[in-house]
Write a protein that binds this ligand. Structure first.
Ligand SMILES: [Ca+2]
Ligand SMILES: [Ca+2]
Length: 228
């Protein structure tokens, strides 16, 4: 029997919807679940559900101080697998920003997300240390790079480490058991900026990243939202 795959979502701008339906089979009402996703990432993210891209940060990472939150309503049967690629801004592979200015720095990341039952508003899943995150870009390799007057990506302390992005990493059946657990960070350590306060975060939603908010720049993270 062909399986119905229906995915419709509405971005916060209310202008996009995707439908992928390949049979006339009707999904039971109990299978459908309106889920509202609220996401804040320093600086940029793209989010996949069950392997399909559903939401991309609307502010390009190249925008200075690209701090904003995104809200999207998804209509997808549970359980679902959510996968994020999150990026802290870096000017180049040195990992630095404001290169050559008196503000030359490494920059830091951080993310938080929660998923609500759209009907009741109840938070049904959120970022915390039960999710898994793989670091795929780390730079600079040594923090002393930030003190270089002419930091060159890939040289000396300004080296970088890239990990190949596994194929199929957004799929529900991808085996992430070897990935490290996400690490929870305090509001004080992340110092979340614009957009963070626009959302009322549930106490179960934690700011997460790898263990290194500064040198780890690009992460792949996965979390599962169970059946209700
Ligand atoms: Ca940043
Ligand atoms: Ca960084």
């Amino acid at each position: 029997m062909r399986k119905l795959l229906a995915m419709a979502f509405l971005l916060s701008t209310g202008c996009a919807a995707i439908e992928d339906q390949d049979s006339g089979e009707t999904a039971g009402a109990s299978q459908s679940q309106g889920v509202t996703a609220e996401v804040w990432v320093d600086n940029w993210f793209v989010m996949y559900v069950n392997g399909e891209m559903v939401l991309e940060d609307s502010v390009p990472i190249t925008t200075e101080r690209s701090f904003n939150s995104e809200t999207a309503t998804l209509s997808i049967p549970l359980p679902m697998t959510v996968a994020f690629m999150v990026k802290d801004f870096k000017e180049n592979n040195s990992g630095l920003e404001y290169i050559g200015t008196n503000r030359q720095q490494m920059g830091d990341g951080g993310m938080i997300a929660q998923f609500r039952d759209t009907t009741t508003g109840t938070v049904i899943a959120a970022t915390d240390n039960t999710m898994r995150c793989l670091v795929v870009h780390r730079a600079p390799i040594d923090r002393s790079c930030v003190n270089e007057t002419n930091p060159v990506a890939g040289q000396g302390p300004c080296g970088f480490a890239e990990t190949e992005i596994p194929s199929n990493w957004t799929a529900p059946d991808f085996d992430d058991s070897s990935w490290p657990a996400a690490v929870e960070h305090s509001v004080r350590d992340v110092s979340p900026k614009d957009g963070y306060d626009a959302i009322q975060w549930d106490s179960s939603a934690k700011l997460v990243w790898s263990d290194d908010l500064v040198q780890d720049n690009t992460l792949l993270c996965r979390l599962n939202i169970p059946e209700r």
